[in-house]
Design a protein around this ligand. Structure first.
Ligand code: CA
Length: 480
């Protein structure tokens, strides 16, 4: 410090000012790439313990970045999870915890979607000059006012909802469409090619915008919601774990290609890459994805349903080979990227926090979340604070999709688990920690007041977007 001080003292004052101006002119905000898999479980990749899937690119990414071992999605199912990631809010706050019929996740020709007035992370960044693109499964509304192009993304390519929402007898649903912008360019899209094509689009976008700050959101459609996930010919039948393994290994290839592109273009050190999943692997028979060592399955409030694998890589900024075991959520993406881009936050209340000190490995940094709420659709089922998770309603069981058939054993209301030591949620320790139970009940009461619970409305809830006459997305018909 003393040496630098002396050097600066030796410079003429005008030169110091000129150098400072030059430095601020050349310091550009970082690029952001957010990669979100669909239904991929905590134990499905090498860095999180999989020994059945080959994920060399994610293994390397974890060695070069930080692994988030207590990262939570804000829901066990797709639409609410994505709504939370995009807005930094609990799904109930933006009223996307249910579809228009009170069930889980939006379906084709749904009259509701993410309200156009909500501010997405793409809008936050676009407002300060970022180029933005979404590539993949959107699932926040398939009507024109709800599409990514109306929510801050300059460009969009992908399927508007889940890969299993295909044309079928007894439903007015159209063939599964591939959108470019707001236009259906293929239907039905070849689902085997989705991951490969999403990757090619990502590489094209990064290459094109390498000289300008960009935000790329790639919500992959895989492993997805079918009983036999899709993969391209190069991966199909190649893993040791059936169609699920093929899809996971192609997703690993995909992140490898994206990281290689950043290196080749020389923008590796200007780019933060965040890789994660939208919820845990659902229960399937025969079993597919793995949430090990967590208990429970996707579509529930069990740890396995809502704790997701996460890796963040940014050479020189995020410590290599680090592990963050503090509680972080997908709602934190918006405020964290906004802070890094020096962009203003939405003016309405949000629930996410800036977790950059945790990602950067700042010594002593702790989770900014005093409490985290596990909602199953509209019902508050559990609260976590520190290492403790209290079920305030019976939870962690059941399931929201046809694929999760078998009844799952869940936790009864009042059960308290130490989810650091007991991530399978097998030992109810509520009788030994009455003061912790009481404290967590108070958090639950605060959540009910602000976000609501079941039929009870919360004072902080905002309206969902709604259209009067939803139309199917078909080839040759412009979306309205
Ligand atoms: Ca999902």
């Amino acid at each position: 410090m003393r040496t630098r001080h002396l050097i600066f003292r030796g410079l003429p004052q005008w030169l110091g000012v000129a150098l400072a101006i030059l430095a601020s002119a050349t310091a550009r905000p970082p690029n952001f790439v957010v990669l979100l898999c669909d239904n991929l479980g905590y134990g499905d990749i090498g860095p999180f313990g999989s020994t059945v899937h080959r994920t060399p690119n994610l293994d390397r990414m974890a060695q070069e970045g930080v692994k988030l071992t207590h990262l939570y999605s804000a829901s066990g199912v797709c639409t609410p999870s994505r709504a939370a990631l995009m807005t930094g809010c609990y799904p109930r706050r933006v009223n996307l915890h249910l579809n228009a019929r009170g069930g889980a996740v939006l379906q084709p020709i749904e009259p509701i979607g993410l309200h156009p007035a909500e501010t997405t992370v793409a809008e936050v960044l676009k407002l300060c000059g970022y180029r933005t693109m979404a590539i993949g499964k959107w699932h926040l509304g398939d009507q024109a006012p709800f599409l990514p192009t109306r929510q801050g993304f300059d460009a969009y390519v992908g399927v508007p909802y889940s890969d299993d929402m295909t044309a079928r007898p007894g439903q007015p649903w159209p063939e599964l469409p591939l959108l470019r912008g707001e236009t259906v360019v293929e239907a039905p899209v070849d689902r085997n090619e989705l991951t490969r094509r999403e990757t090619e689009e990502a590489i094209r976008f990064i290459t094109e915008h390498r000289d300008h700050p960009f935000f790329l959101f790639v919500p992959h459609a895989m492993p997805g919601s079918t009983t036999a996930p899709f993969a391209s010919a190069a991966f199909r039948g190649k893993s040791r774990h059936g169609a699920w393994g093929d899809a996971v290994e192609e997703l690993d290839w995909s992140v490898g290609e994206i990281l290689r592109t950043l290196r080749t273009l020389g923008i590796d050190e200007q780019t933060l890459v965040f890789w994660t999943s939208d919820n845990g692997a659902p229960r399937r028979q025969p079993p597919q994805g793995s949430n090990a060592p967590l208990g429970g399955w996707g579509y529930t409030t069990a740890e396995g349903g809502m704790r997701v694998p996460g890796i963040v890589r940014w050479p020189g900024k995020v410590p290599a080979g680090a592990v963050c075991s503090e509680l972080v959520t997908l709602m934190d993406v918006l405020p964290t990227l906004a802070a890094l881009a020096d962009a203003p936050l939405p003016t309405v209340p949000i629930d996410g926090k800036n977790v950059w000190p945790l990602l950067a490995g700042t010594p002593g940094a702790l989770s900014p979340h005093e409490a985290f709420y596990y909602y199953h659709l509209g019902q508050l089922q559990a609260v976590r604070s520190g290492r403790w998770k209290l079920y305030v309603a019976a939870g962690g069981s059941g399931g929201a999709g046809k694929a999760s058939t078998a009844k799952q054993a869940g936790a009864p209301a009042g059960a308290l688990f130490d989810v650091v030591e007991d991530p399978r949620e097998t030992r109810d320790v509520s009788s030994r920690h009455p003061e912790t139970v009481a404290r967590l009940r108070q958090y639950a009461a605060m959540a009910r007041e602000e976000l609501g619970d079941g039929e009870r409305a919360g004072r902080g809830q905002r309206p969902v977007g709604r259209v009067e006459q939803p139309q199917p997305l078909r080839l040759g018909q412009p979306s309205r």
